[in-house]
Design a protein around this ligand. Structure first.
Ligand code: ZN
Length: 278
């Protein structure tokens, strides 16, 4: 088994702002900085109350690295007008990514229950293909994030790392790669092989971590902190690192349970879980 070295510092820890949903961007930046965290993935809605350029200055002042902007995508729609609107929205997201200094835009690719998953995937392919020139022009990479199959009806028709790798291969641009999120992919018997394949293609752009609670109460907002569920986070981290990934470990936890709690104490629990269960 490829078990990686124990994590002994926070230099590669990144937090998705949505993990601390009650906080705005200023608060996230201040608290992450105070906790010794240097990586942040910014959710787009937080930029409604602070201009991306102002956000960039704030992040720089706190010595924070923006790992990614989250999220673009939602390319699939039976209605042509909605597909065009999605392209406009993604172009706006790319512009924000450039302004805030994010090197990567994460794509939740979309699905429409009014059509087959194959049709949705064709539209996703077409949508990403259309975005590539704009992404290259601003120097922002695109990461296809496969979602768990329970979201196949309306969030993503890309539900395995193989499907994401296949699409990356077909598109054939150095700008397009994948985000491996443990919550979505931990169960897949082909995961280890597909992580290797992605590494060989040099398209493993991001690594998102949390845990899967077998008794989850809600399929969206009841993710676990590392160590609370059944994912062997350290094992899969070993696979990702053996495949050549040396980027941040991004904690991305959506949890009504944790959002109701004191966020500073929760952040300490995250750091502790990161050091001991990852
Ligand atoms: Zn993710």
């Amino acid at each position: 088994m490829d078990l990686p070295n124990q994590i002994n510092d926070l230099s590669r820890l990144c937090i998705h702002t949505q993990t601390n949903r009650p906080w705005n961007l200023k608060r996230c930046v201040a608290e992450y900085h105070r906790a010794g965290i240097r990586g942040i993935s910014v959710w787009r809605h937080l930029l409604e109350e602070i201009h991306p350029r102002e956000a960039r200055a704030l992040l720089k002042d706190h010595d924070m690295t923006v790992v990614s902007l989250v999220r673009g995508g939602f390319f699939a729609a039976a209605d042509r007008g909605r597909r065009k609107e999605a392209i406009r929205e993604n172009l706006a997201a790319l512009e924000e990514a450039e302004q805030i200094g994010a090197p990567l835009l994460v794509l939740v690719c979309g699905a429409d229950p009014e059509q087959t998953p194959e049709q949705s995937r064709e539209q996703i392919h077409e949508g990403i293909h259309q975005l590539v020139p704009a992404a290259e022009a601003v120097g922002v990479r695109l990461a296809i994030e496969p979602l768990h199959p329970m979201y196949a009806a309306n969030r993503s028709a890309i539900v395995t790392l193989k499907q994401a790798n296949d699409m990356v291969e077909t598109i054939g641009s150095e700008t397009v790669g994948v985000a491996v999120d443990l919550f979505h992919l931990w169960w897949d018997p082909a995961l280890h092989d597909e992580i290797r394949r992605c590494g060989t293609m040099e398209r493993l752009f991001a690594f998102h971590i949390c845990d899967w609670k077998p008794d989850m109460k809600d399929m969206l907002n009841d993710r676990g902190l590392m160590g609370e569920g059944c994912i062997n986070v350290a094992q899969i981290r070993g696979w990702v690192e053996s495949a050549g990934f040396s980027g941040f470990h991004e904690v991305e936890i959506f949890s009504e349970r944790y959002w109701r709690q004191d966020q500073v104490a929760y952040l300490h629990a995250i750091v502790n879980a990161y050091m001991n269960q990852t």
